[in-house]
Design a protein around this ligand. Sequence first.
Ligand code: SF4
Length: 428
Amino acid sequence: MQIEAAICAFCGCLCDDIVLTIESDRIVQAKNACALGKAWYTAHSRPPDLPAARVDGKSVEVEEAIEAAAILLTKARYPILYGLSSTSCEAQRHAVALAEALGGCIDCCTSVCHGPSGMAVQGFGEPTCTLGEVKNRADLVIYWGSNPAESHPRHMSRYAVTSKGRLTPNGRKNRTVVLVDVRSTPSSRFADLLLTVRPGIDFEILWALRALVLGRKVEPAGLAETGITLAQLTHLAELMKNCRYGVLFAGQGLTQSAGNQMNLSAAILLVRDLNQFTKFAIIPMRGHGNVTGVDQVLTWQTGYPFGVNFSRGYPRFNPGEFTMVDVLRRKEADAVLSVASDPAASLPAEAVQRLTEVPLIAIDTHESETTRLARVSFMASTVGIRASGTAYRMDNVPLFLKQALTSIYPSDEEILGRLLERVRELKA
Ligand code: SF4
């Protein structure tokens, strides 16, 4: 059996042209997927071999585990829900309602990757566009602090560099590609202009670019620490002002280096300035399959994209206070629910230490450090392979992921829905 137009949910590209070949309820081929996508399909189409639910290491019925998890969460004074970047928006919606019912915190993987982008967008808005517009219109593409050849392997071919669109019929020949990074990467060979900058100096460069774009004078000495010359920066400013349609893809090199949200704020302000001269947009290079979706769901339900607290009965947003690492590090959280994420393997040691001290509940599609550590754990079906659901591409376009294989496990949506129902009953 073949399924056309399947969507790979491994990275934020959400490629929707995958052709799956299925034999005996296994995906044997994922045509058009890149190496990362193929590995994702292979790993998640293996026959399930773990119990659907465990409490204290013992296999139990899902209902029993729901009861145990609901009791642990309702007993807690400061529970936190975390993760959610690799699950459906339907599941994320239940998670927000659950955090509200518990009067706890909810945070997602955004707080450790593109949180600074979310904060910059809250401050200055987001002059953005879709990847379809990039494909059809963009003649200047800038990757800043990003290595798409390795992190998003089809980004260049499907959307931004070699793809052919209505106003870019010759694909690569119609585009100028600029890479700004602290070192040469496998993406460098695609660049017409490669600017190697010193680490931690992006804000200064973006601010100087703003000045050049607006026709202000910049002293060469002011760029001495940046690793690039005034001539190089002036050339980039001219490319930006004179393109027909430009796009700046902002990577984690900007969000996770000195300056954080100030880097993104500067990038957004630069793009706003450029729109006085031409059409320009910015798109953050979001990593996980539906990390953009969790920001969307949290924002439409609470007004904020991550790090939200409900303890006063209404949502409050304060990165550094209500974000997972900080709540754990300060030993405030007294129960944790992790969904579609592996905080025990990815957070700093102090935060992980707290995970070992409090009741931990984990919902994931596979065994991980977190599920192994959890008092209550659930195996869930993978969205896009064994469950259906909605995900947002990195450009905020929602797509519906169809189920391809059968599943013995409930979906995240189902587990969280039942947990929410039980918590509401216990709280009534
Ligand atoms: S680029 Fe990303 S979404 Fe596309 S096939 Fe590769 S891993 Fe999947």
